[in-house]
Design a protein around this ligand. Structure first.
Ligand code: G6P
Ligand code: MG
Length: 218
């Protein structure tokens, strides 16, 4: 059983930071004179900071100089961090702690595989940093999801074969990355969005310990 491992995405899986990303990107767009919808925001999930800004500017038909592009990205991140800095353990999504407790009690290693450059800071805010055997985030990768790089580095750090890793993901790009890495993918969110995942749950409250146990024993 111990040869299997779990890799968690962060945003949208452990915490609902998507709402903060949305507020911060929306302010940026509004300041530049346009807006975008919640539906469009779905397309930003799992997408790196640079690629998110490129998409948003495309929606608003805006072009920025390289200098202004970088300045806007920095402003967005400062705004985003003003929300993150208010976070505490209470922001951990329902059902997540139960799964982490089970993994710890059974000595099953788990890692983080996130596109975010703020991941370590967020884990500190919600007091979960110490439990992770490995943390791989946006500062460690050169290729964004759907490339499997982030998860493959996590598997390597865990010293577990990719085929033995189980990935929890809320984004389409993340599910595709797990699949490309030959890992078991568990989508957290809507079935119609995450249909490429091996298993799909609306949230962690729907995941039973029995299910986890079976998966880890397979
Ligand atoms: C996650 C989120 C994305 C975000 C990306 C980069 O994947 O789902 O919405 O753009 O991380 O996050 P960062 O904190 O580095 O801006
Ligand atoms: Mg996510």
């Amino acid at each position: 059983m111990s040869q299997k491992a779990i890799i968690f995405d962060l945003d949208g899986v452990i915490v609902d930071t998507a709402k903060f990303h949305f507020l911060a990107w929306k302010k940026l767009a509004n300041d530049l004179g346009f807006d975008f919808t919640k539906e469009q925001n779905e397309e930003l999930k799992g997408v790196s900071r640079v690629d998110s800004l490129k998409k948003i500017l495309n929606w608003g038909n805006k072009e920025l100089s390289e200098e202004e592009f970088n300045r806007q990205m920095q402003l967005k991140n400062e705004n985003y961090l003003s929300y993150v800095n208010e976070m505490d353990k209470g922001e951990v999504l329902p059902g997540v702690q139960k799964v982490l407790d089970y993994l710890e009690e059974n000595n099953i290693p788990y890692a983080l595989g996130s596109a975010s450059k703020n991941a370590r800071h967020i884990l500190e805010k919600i007091d979960l940093k110490d439990g992770f055997s490995a943390i791989v985030d946006g500062t460690d990768v050169s290729k964004a999801k759907p490339d499997p790089e982030v998860f493959l580095i996590a598997a390597e750090k865990l010293n577990v074969a990719p085929q033995k890793c189980i990935v929890f993901e809320d984004s389409v790009a993340g599910v595709q990355a797990a699949n490309k890495g030959e890992m078991t993918s568990i989508g957290i969110g809507e079935e119609k969005t995450l249909q490429e995942a091996d298993y799909i749950f609306n949230d962690f409250t729907e995941i039973s310990i029995e299910f986890l146990k079976n998966l880890l024993q397979k």
